[in-house]
Structures are given as structure tokens and as C-alpha cells.
Ligand binder design. Structure first.
Ligand code: RTP
Ligand code: MG
Length: 147
């Protein structure tokens, strides 16, 4: 059983798409284990996007991700990291497959609505940045045996 870190970015929060985005992961049969609305500081942005520090798109990325509240979540399920990335779609909305979140709602690479961890290492690191252990709720999801 894997866990991944997902986050509705400031554009998704401002556009009122938290519920729409969250419901896609619920319908898939994945399990929500933590969630909160928070404001990302520049320091937190640098931690989260450490791999991108120094790249040309990094300064606008930090401006964007700190521009308003985000909705951070941890989801659990078999292959949840790759499954979530598949539901999210490619970084650039033009390349995202129809039916994915970014294809359905995003226009620009810079405003692409949602973040999803890209590997088990990233997931563990990002969950640790945004959540403490006591915020991760363990419970039996009774529908799991049908999924
Ligand atoms: P994310 O980390 O936000 O889930 O997005 P991702 O894995 O699909 O893309 P990543 O390569 O990690 O890039 C992080 C964010 O930086 C912006 N970006 N701009 N102009 C560009 O070439 C470019 N490349 C990346 C995007 O907003 C991307 O979500
Ligand atoms: Mg990424």
C-alpha cells in the first residue's frame, strides 16, 4: 500500500475546484488519510520545490505557489503515486490526455491546478514536509475489498 502527496494549487482553490478535484480521487477508490488548507511561505516553497531551485521557471513558480492558499492532501492505495499522476495528466495542459484534471481544467503550464508526487522518495519527503505523523489518519475503508 502506497501513499502520495497531492495539493490543489492556488489557481484550483481560487477557481472553486477543490471539491471537483478531490471527488475524482474519491471516485477512483483511493483513500484520503490527511487534508488541510494552508498558506505556503517562500521557505516552505523552497523545501517543496527543492529540485527546481535555479531553473528559469523557479521564481514564477514560487510566486504562484505562495500567491494564495493551497489544499494539501495525503492519499493511500495500491500504486497510488502513479495512479494519481495518471488522473492529473501531463505538466503542460496541451500534452495532458483528455479526461485528466489538467486537460479538463488547465490552459497554461504555470497554472496547472494540482501537484502530485512523482516517486516513492518524493512522496515520503513531501508528506513529511506538509504533515506530521499524528495528522495521518489510519482507518479501515470498508469498500477497499471491492476495488
Ligand atoms: P508538480 O510538481 O507541480 O506536480 O508538476 P509536475 O511534476 O507535472 O512538473 P515539474 O516538472 O515537477 O514542475 C513543477 C512545476 O513547475 C512549472 N514548470 N514550468 N516552463 C516550464 O518549462 C515549466 N516546467 C515546469 C509547472 O507549473 C510545474 O507544475
Ligand atoms: Mg513535480
Amino acid at each position: 500500500m502506497e501513499r502520495t502527496f497531492l495539493m490543489v494549487k492556488p489557481d484550483g482553490v481560487q477557481r472553486g475546484l477543490i471539491g471537483e478535484i478531490l471527488s475524482r480521487f474519491e471516485r477512483k477508490g483511493l483513500q484520503l488519510v490527511a487534508a488541510k488548507l494552508l498558506q505556503i511561505t517562500p521557505e516552505l516553497a523552497e523545501k517543496h520545490y527543492a529540485e527546481h531551485v535555479g531553473k528559469p521557471f523557479y521564481p514564477p513558480l514560487v510566486d504562484f505557489i505562495t500567491s494564495g492558499p493551497v489544499f494539501a492532501m495525503v492519499w493511500q492505495g495500491d500504486n497510488v503515486i502513479a495512479l494519481a499522476r495518471a488522473l492529473i495528466g501531463k505538466t503542460n495542459a496541451i500534452d495532458a490526455a483528455p479526461g485528466t484534471i489538467r486537460s479538463d481544467y488547465a490552459v497554461h503550464t504555470n497554472f496547472n491546478l494540482i501537484h502530485g508526487s512523482d516517486s516513492p522518495e518524493s512522496a515520503q519527503r513531501e508528506i513529511g514536509i506538509f504533515f506530521s505523523e499524528h495528522e495521518l489518519i489510519q482507518y479501515v475503508q470498508t469498500i477497499q475489498r471491492w476495488i
